[in-house]
Design a protein around this ligand. Structure first.
Ligand code: ZN
Length: 216
């Protein structure tokens, strides 16, 4: 199958190697905690009062967890779980919960992703689709890039006939500050291959993600 693809398509290994998946920490935890302590003082707080004494440690730990996607790679995450399968039917994983952080304010982005692809001889486990979303969400993000990274990852891993990703999210930096618009949702999409080229395929995907499931 792969041999028939045009040469502009990378192999899965090449695609994985080309994706930015690893970041190196350049400061120690102690330095990060000191920075949080400085922030607290700057906010007019007393970092030595009882309730705040362990806050720098907790904030650093929480932020490291929320950005742990920097230390994961697609390779590790997939762990070779790519299977050969002759199907031309759309694979759709919808309503994948997303918890990300905006890179402008380091405030939460909460939302859902709907991810579909049409295989071209290869599939991955459905849970891996959710894990890919999670890996990119656990980095400092803008919603547009998060959406594209998920699509690019699937494109690189599977070289499918097409990939469609829609992310619907609400940004706490808009809800809690700035324009203060609770209930505002941002929708972004990335369409590749047949989803970009064929309106009917795209339409099928869009109607499937609008359908309300009868079970939860
Ligand atoms: Zn923001």
């Amino acid at each position: 199958m792969t041999a028939q693809l045009p040469s502009r398509h990378l192999s899965a290994d090449q695609a994985i190697a080309a994706l930015p998946t690893e970041a190196k920490a350049r400061v120690s935890d102690a330095e990060m905690q000191q920075a949080v302590r400085t922030l607290l003082i700057g906010l007019g707080e007393d970092p030595d009062r009882e309730g705040l004494i362990d806050t720098p440690k907790r904030v650093v730990k929480a932020l490291k967890f929320l950005t742990s996607g920097y230390h994961q790679s697609l390779d590790e995450l997939l762990n070779g779980a790519i299977f050969h399968e002759n199907t031309n039917e759309m694979v759709l994983v919808r309503d994948i919960d997303l918890f990300s952080s905006c890179e402008h304010h380091i405030l939460p982005i909460l939302g859902r992703a709907h991810v579909a692809y049409i295989p071209n001889g290869k599939v991955i486990g459905l849970s891996k689709v959710a894990r890919i979303c999670e890996m990119y969400a656990r980095r400092l993000q803008v919603q547009e890039r998060l959406t594209t990274q998920i699509a690019d990852a699937l494109q690189g891993i599977l070289q499918p006939q097409g990939v469609a990703v829609v992310v619907e999210a609400t940004h706490m930096c808009m809800v809690m500050r700035g324009v203060q618009k609770p209930g505002s949702w941002t929708v972004t999409s990335a369409m590749k291959g047949v989803f970009a080229d064929d309106a009917r395929t795209r339409q099928e995907f869009m109607s499937l993600i609008r359908h309300t499931p009868t079970f939860h």
